[in-house]
Design a protein around this ligand. Structure first.
Ligand SMILES: Cc1ncc(COP(=O)(O)O)c(C=O)c1O
Length: 450
């Protein structure tokens, strides 16, 4: 590796970063994260902090998982790559498909289509939803429904169903035929309804209204995160997802659960859907599937949907979709090792109490600091603190205030993530009790700095 001067001089000079202004990054180069261990990261200046972000909602098993590291190293020696197109496959991918089927059978899932990440998995699910209806003789079902505030990645399909205009406006026009429903976000909503139960009912009614307006038999699918992550950890009331499942069933609309964040333990269960007692038709997964050690994802397909394809017409039901890295043997080996470790460590059982500790600790801060407008979470380790400059008017905290809060949290020993006027937290699920306390203290330092 080149010396410190080289890295400082070239940082952000020749590389554009996701979700950032390239010029601003050159003026204020990003922190260089050098090493990581357990639930902590260390930057090049020697600061070690608790990683409240878990990489990017993904390093569920923490940074020191030797079995995953070894599985990757071993697989690179045996078979670093081979394609799954046109008549070939590989051993770890076969084994992984079996394991995933076992793991997600309670969610009704029966098949996996492998991808390189979450956006690819979402794209796969949206495409398969349209194809499913074509195979079933309803080619006019092409529309996609999704929730405002939802995040489904950045491919054109995913961005088109994304419910946050930050990820949309600069890339418009997006895909036609995508319609967004109100999400049960009790702190801010067009109904001025703060009661989660009543708000859930209103959102279901709005969905009914939109489905009737569009014409139910023009709609291919509805996609939602069981708990919205990047949009600000918006937790629906318990009846919302089951009610939407019933509505989809009533109208022959497929339900896609985007489990890219929620899957593999983060919500305190193996899937977010299971948390709400819902069996979707497809599930999209990534992140925790390898804990971020290798870029990998999956679109899981229910037994019922699979049967339609597997017994369908050869022309219509063939999958003319796939990626060079679909079923990548090294990714599959990483996922297998990660799943074994996640099961051995019983990650959902770790995430639930630590999530409660974090949520309760942050809620206690809310009563002391009026800049905390809302605290959301309470279901495993996904938590948001929404900052406001005027508590009564709920005026969102300015980008400058968010930056000040972020820097104060880092100086106090925790990396957090800014998402609009939210501080987002999704630490490794193996985080220790004392590290959660550090995270809460860092948020107190952050809000005290405002
Ligand atoms: C719910 C959800 N879906 C899809 C994606 C896109 O995944 P990726 O960034 O791996 O493409 C993300 C990423 O954060 C996500 O949170």
């Amino acid at each position: 590796m080149k010396d410190e001067n080289f890295l400082n001089e070239n940082n952000a000079r020749h590389m554009w970063h996701p979700m950032a202004h390239p010029g601003a990054m050159q003026q204020h180069p990003p922190r260089i994260i050098k090493t990581a261990e357990g639930s902590k990261i260390t930057d090049r200046d020697g600061n070690t902090v608790v990683d409240g972000v878990g990489g990017l909602w993904c390093v569920n098993v923490g940074y020191s998982c030797d079995p995953i590291k070894k599985a990757i190293a071993d697989q690179v020696q045996v078979l670093p790559y081979y394609s799954a197109f046109g008549g070939t496959t590989n051993e770890p991918a076969i084994e992984l498909s079996y394991e995933l089927r076992e793991m997600f059978a309670p969610d009704g899932m029966g098949r996996a289509f492998f991808t390189s990440g979450g956006s690819d998995a979402v794209e796969t699910a949206l495409r398969l939803a349209r194809q499913y209806h074509k195979v079933k003789g309803q080619p006019q079902r092409t529309k996609f429904l999704s929730l405002k505030k939802g995040y489904h990645g950045t491919h054109f399909g995913g961005a088109s169903v994304n419910g946050n205009n930050r990820f949309r406006i600069n890339y418009e026009p997006l895909m036609p035929g995508c319609f967004h429903l109100p999400t049960p976000y009790a702190y801010r909503n067009p109904f001025d309804e703060t009661d989660p139960q009543k708000l859930g009912d209103l959102c279901v009614k709005a969905a009914i209204d939109e489905i009737e307006f569009q014409g139910p038999n023009t709609i291919a699918c509805f996609i939602m995160e069981p708990i919205q992550g990047a949009g600000g950890v918006i937790v629906p009331p318990a009846h919302y997802m089951p009610a939407m499942r019933a509505l989809c069933d009533q109208h022959g609309i497929l339900m896609i659960a985007d489990e890219v964040i929620c899957g593999f333990g983060r919500t305190g269960d193996w899937s977010g859907s299971r948390h709400w007692g819902v069996q979707p038709d497809m599930m999209t997964m990534a992140k925790g599937i390898t804990s971020g050690y290798f870029p990998f994802g999956a679109c899981m397909i229910s037994e019922a949907v699979a049967e339609v394809f597997e017994t369908g017409d050869a022309e219509l039901a063939s999958i003319w979709h796939g990626y060079t890295y679909s079923a990548h043997p090294v990714g599959a080996a990483a996922a297998l090792a990660c799943i074994r470790e996640s099961q051995r460590l019983r990650l959902p059982e770790l995430a639930a109490p630590r999530g409660t500790q974090l949520f309760d600790g942050l809620r206690a801060l809310q009563s002391k600091y009026p800049v905390i407008g809302d605290v959301r979470g309470g279901h495993g380790l996904m938590t948001a603190v929404e900052l406001v400059s005027d508590a009564d008017a709920k005026t969102p905290a300015s980008p400058q205030a968010m930056k000040t809060a972020f820097e104060a949290a880092y100086a106090s020993g925790a990396m957090v993530r800014i998402g609009g006027n939210n501080l987002l937290m999704s630490p490794p699920l193996v985080i220790a009790q004392a590290e959660v306390t550090t995270l809460i203290d860092a948020i107190e330092a952050a809000v005290s700095a405002l």
